[in-house]
Design a protein around this ligand. Structure first.
Ligand SMILES: [Zn+2]
Length: 262
């Protein structure tokens, strides 16, 4: 039985440590210090680093971890990852035999040009692409790439557990509620997430079925989202990609517009 533990780092990052009480794989160690503390406290032997993309808050701990432990570093083949030993692309599989876990690699560009996800054991490690009730900013790719990447993730089984790398859920939900106010599943989620955050409980992992019911970036074919995008752009946008592009742009400035601090 695998445990997947959120090691907290920086303001709102989670570094997921997948372990079986003995061996551990570390997903996106932006900082080494909290990971080293957790490994020592739990007496875990790390066997791999798994990076989803090159941003420093996901890879900044690689070099320090490698000073303490010898292990392979998996990550996107097309990005500059410190200590990378195994460059990965779509349809590669990472075999973590110590954990009896195989992870399939998915190319999901958009947030960065080479961003990848790992999927296996009903779990998805999707970095900064899909968030609970939101999605990553488009820094290097195009809206079209990001939309296709999110659609690819949405096609995984409904029961998939979604391990994103930031605690952004509450602010994401504020935006989602503004554009999808009549969605009862979203209203229910607001109550649950507010309660969790009041007690400093992580809102992750999410479940893909819940994302499909509440995440506006996976609901660009729904009339409420189309309507909101049309109102905001003052244009008639009907295809899901145009709706997605509009609401992704809208969210980039939403918290300035509404004067809510994120
Ligand atoms: Zn990032």
């Amino acid at each position: 039985m695998l445990n997947i533990y959120p090691v907290r780092a920086f303001k709102d990052n989670y570094i997921w440590v997948i372990h079986n009480q003995h061996y551990a794989a570390i997903v996106d160690p932006g900082s080494a210090t909290p990971v080293l503390a957790y490994l020592q406290q739990q007496k875990l032997q790390p066997i791999a680093i798994l990076n989803t993309h090159h941003h420093n808050d996901h890879t900044g701990g690689n070099v320090t971890l490698l000073q303490s432990y010898t292990m392979p570093v998996y990550g996107p083949a097309n990005e500059n990852i410190p200590g990378l030993t195994h460059g990965l692309k779509e349809s590669d599989v990472v075999h973590l035999s110590e954990l009896s876990l195989d992870l399939a690699v998915l190319d999901i560009p958009g947030h960065t040009a080479g961003h990848i996800a790992y999927y296996g054991g009903k779990s998805l490690f999707c970095g900064d692409t899909l968030f609970a009730c939101g999605c990553g900013r488009i820094f290097e790719g195009t809206a079209q790439q990001m939309y296709a990447s999110l659609q690819k993730l949405a096609s995984l089984p409904d029961e998939t557990l979604v391990y994103c790398t930031h605690e952004y859920t509450l602010s994401n939900i504020r935006f989602a509620s503004a554009i999808d106010a009549s969605n009862p599943a979203l209203a229910q989620r607001v109550i649950e997430v507010e309660e969790q955050r009041k007690h400093d409980i992580p809102t992750l992992p999410s479940i893909l079925a819940i994302e499909k019911a509440t995440n506006p970036f996976l609901r660009c074919n729904q009339s409420a989202i189309i309507h909101a995008a049309n109102q905001h752009s003052r244009k008639i946008l009907s295809d899901p990609l145009s709706v997605f592009t509009e609401i992704r742009k809208w969210k980039d400035t939403f918290f300035q517009e509404t004067n809510v601090t994120q």
